[in-house]
Design a protein around this ligand. Sequence first.
Ligand code: FAD
Ligand code: FES
Ligand code: FES
Length: 471
Amino acid sequence: MSISTQFILNDQDIQTNFHPGILILDFLRQNEKLMGTKEGCREGDCGACTVIIGELANGKVTYKPVTSCLMPLGELHGKHLVTIEGLNLPELSPVQEAIVEEGATQCGFCTPGIVVSLTASLMEKGSEISRDSVMRALSGHLCRCTGYRSLIASETHLLNAVDNATGTDALLEKGFLPGYFRKIAERLNKIPSSSKPDGVVEDFLIAGGTDLYIQENKAIPDSPVTILNLRQELKEITRKNGYISVGALTSFEEFASHSDILEIIPEIEEYMFLIASWQIRNRATIGGNIINASPIGDMTILLLAMNAHLVLQNGIGTRTVPLTSFYKGYKQLDKTNSEVLTEILIPVPAKKTRIHFDKVSKRKCLDIASVNLAVRVEEEDGFIEEVGLAAGGIAPIPLHLKKTCSFLKGQIVSREIMEDAIAVMQEEISPITDIRGSREYKRLLARQLVIKSFIRLFPKRLSAEEFYEKY
Ligand SMILES: Cc1cc2nc3c(=O)[nH]c(=O)nc-3n(C[C@H](O)[C@H](O)[C@H](O)COP(=O)(O)OP(=O)(O)OC[C@H]3O[C@@H](n4cnc5c(N)ncnc54)[C@H](O)[C@@H]3O)c2cc1C
Ligand code: FES
Ligand code: FES
């Protein structure tokens, strides 16, 4: 397949006919001999391969960090790829300085990726340097040598060093980024747009690639691929006919920072800390999470509770299916091979609706769930008018807890009702023992997550103490 991919690598214009499915990591190290981007796990877990991707929209370039071990080269068309080498200045940059000051270079192997992520967090428009921003930047970096203390402590040095200059323009003004960044928007503008996928589904349909590359890493570079992310129209979030329409290619981060989503799920950014890492959330798409059909897919569980519907496109025809009936068995979907998920429709909830998502995993950040749970509840003085409840890790599919919802609808929330609801739920779920815990443990987790969620949603009606008393 010879499709030309044109982009800017640091300060250099690139035009290549390499297979669009090869990994950016391999392109950088094997072809460009840029060895600062390290290869660790090749599975998105360690962060050593982090690079920054700049995208042009409305004359401005927005930068975000991603793991280069899960992103196809073909998706770089029209973009700016920044590696650690492209961030170097004649002197140490503020991030490098802060790391040196705190003795946070640690094993050394991970340091370039960490510098890249921390720099990306300074490049965010309107960002503030805080413990949270540093934690978010570090969330995709696994350390097995020393720990995170001195890295987190670099926050104070960063604050002093950059003097609150955040955002690309401010960093450039202070000389904290190489000057070539100034001309990037102009240069990207000159790259002709690439031919878009024509709707024909080739062997591999790549969205964010964060599941697919882990499953098919070896096969993709030898196969025809369709890079869905070249279809910008599949990234839009709009309101229409009582629904919030979310383009299937919307990334987790784009979803969580959109005003329409923040309005209905005010705590969505807090939930993001429980899901993957900043780099992965910049790549992972909502559509990919649904189609991958993992029984513990976090966004899928949230969307099940919100009664989302899916728009599937086959050529020019489309059909809409409820997410609650989409999963037929383990990784079996109500979808043909030639259908592409284009849109997720979330009914706009009534004003009094509240939503809660929670997850238990072995690690707090960058880990998949042992059990996760989402609740949507519409209530008046404790009387449940509508409820959506879904859980993962307790069945072969992401499970809509239909029977538990039917039981709860029309009830007034109390400890007794919650105990009865949990008994119904225990009948509905069928967890198995696996690496993430025994089936008994998962039953316990599901119970605790229901209790925790309802205490959060009904703090005047339920308290943790009354549940402790019993157990
Ligand atoms: C380090 C790491 C941590 C992770 N942590 C979490 C986590 O905490 N929670 C979680 O839920 N997931 C997690 N994941 C899994 C993954 O990031 C998500 O499932 C993500 O949503 C997958 O989306 P994607 O766009 O990357 O899908 P891809 O990998 O591109 O695709 C997945 C599958 O869906 C198909 N597909 C994708 N989009 C479409 C479409 N629009 N129409 C038809 N088919 C499509 C692809 O062909 C492929 O078969 C993690 C992954 C990694 C690597
Ligand atoms: S090599 Fe570990 S995240 Fe890419
Ligand atoms: S910094 Fe590399 S393993 Fe700790």
